[in-house]
Design a protein around this ligand. Structure first.
Ligand code: ZN
Ligand code: ZN
Length: 368
């Protein structure tokens, strides 16, 4: 998968805004986004003044030299260094100059030990400037190629779940259903899972991050399934809650409430409002119904190369949504010891609204 050179340009512009000379990208997810490299050891030195045809230096060790030839565009100055590259491997690339250069590093991901090693290696040739989050902020807005990979992953995950539901839920254990779903996603072409699927029935569904148990799913309960597939690095994320046979009035009422909140919030997704404002749409409906304390997590999150990334749709989401963002809308109501409902869609923010990327219906579906 070749990566548009425009990403390096935008990152260089962000580096210039911070008055950096070079920006070190060492965290592997952002490195993949920037260069296409999927190996386990590499780094890029983005030249803040670099032209698009000369974005900077790409470093890896002996094991990945061949892989880099096919993955990392030749516009990068591709060099081989020692395996522990965050140290002398970086320092060797710095041109000797009169004044120390300003070298941005990822203070959100570098360990203290890596930082100390880097500082010792660059000595007084570079001033290390904390600059974490620059690539992550750009990653929030997806280009068409990224959005279509996420859309494809979502469709694949939908097909896999449809197949699994065809085999029924009652009488199987949560763990069996989860494994069935994992295998179905892989068989449908997923390269991996976004995360281990959640399958939570009855009172267990009141745990937002329940782990599938070896206990049998009984008729008369709700089952929450949260699952996602990974395709060419990009994740999907979706949740549906099903009824196994006939469920009680309380379950139905909670389901209707969550669905109403979910659809209202979905209707609020478009460029302009902040994550906090969209979160508030669902939160208000759930609070008005007397269940405010039973919706203890944020409404949603960004999805891309990581299943949880920016932006946040929560009480702390202060950034406005913009076209190209891919976010989840997933309110839930969890009644401890009784039941839980969560409904999650994956949504692309478009110029004039939003496109839901997954396709499974949301009316309460009864599965045997
Ligand atoms: Zn999810
Ligand atoms: Zn999610």
């Amino acid at each position: 998968m070749s990566v548009p050179g425009e990403r390096a340009e935008r990152l260089a512009a962000a580096a210039r805004e911070r008055e950096l000379d070079l920006l070190l990208v060492s965290e592997l997810v952002s490195l993949r986004w920037l260069t296409g490299f999927t190996g386990s050891n590499g780094a890029a030195l983005v030249d803040a003044a670099g032209a698009p045809e000369r974005p900077g230096i790409f470093l890896t060790d002996f094991r990945y030299v061949t892989q880099v030839q096919s993955q990392v565009d030749a516009a990068w100055d591709r060099r081989q260094v020692a395996q522990e590259l965050l140290g002398p491997g970086i320092a060797e690339q710095l041109e000797p100059g009169e004044a120390p250069i300003r070298l941005g590093f990822d203070d959100r991901h570098l360990t203290v030990a890596q930082f100390e090693r880097l500082r010792a290696a660059v000595e007084d040739r570079a001033e290390l400037v904390p600059a974490g989050g620059l690539a992550e902020a750009l990653r929030e807005v997806k280009d068409d190629g990224e959005a279509s990979r996420i859309r494809e992953a979502a469709h694949l995950a939908d097909h896999a779940l449809t197949e699994v539901l065809g085999r029924g839920l009652a009488g199987r254990t949560e763990a069996e259903v989860a494994l069935d779903l994992e295998v179905a996603m892989r068989r449908h072409g997923a390269e991996a899972l976004s995360f281990p699927p959640i399958v939570a029935s009855g009172a267990h569904g009141a745990l937002p991050h329940a782990e599938p148990r070896a206990s049998v799913i009984e008729p008369g309960v709700l089952v929450t399934i949260d699952w996602g597939a990974r395709l060419e690095g990009y994740c999907s994320d979706c949740t549906r809650t099903f009824a196994v046979g006939e469920v009680g009035d309380e379950e139905r009422a909670v389901y209707d409430l969550v669905l109403r909140a979910q659809e209202a919030a979905l209707g609020a997704v478009r460029p302009g409002p902040t994550g906090r404002e969209v979160d508030a749409v669902a939160r208000e409906i759930i609070a008005d119904a007397g269940h405010g304390e039973h919706f203890g997590h944020g409404l949603g999150h960004g999805v891309g190369l990581e299943v949880h990334e920016g932006p946040r749709l929560s009480k702390t989401g202060e950034a406005p949504l913009t076209a190209g963002m891919v976010v989840t809308v997933e309110p839930g109501v969890y009644l401890p010891g009784r039941c839980g409902v969560r409904i999650e869609d994956l949504v692309l923010v478009t110029e004039d609204g939003a496109e839901v990327l997954n396709t499974l219906p949301k009316d309460l579906r009864v599965v045997d």
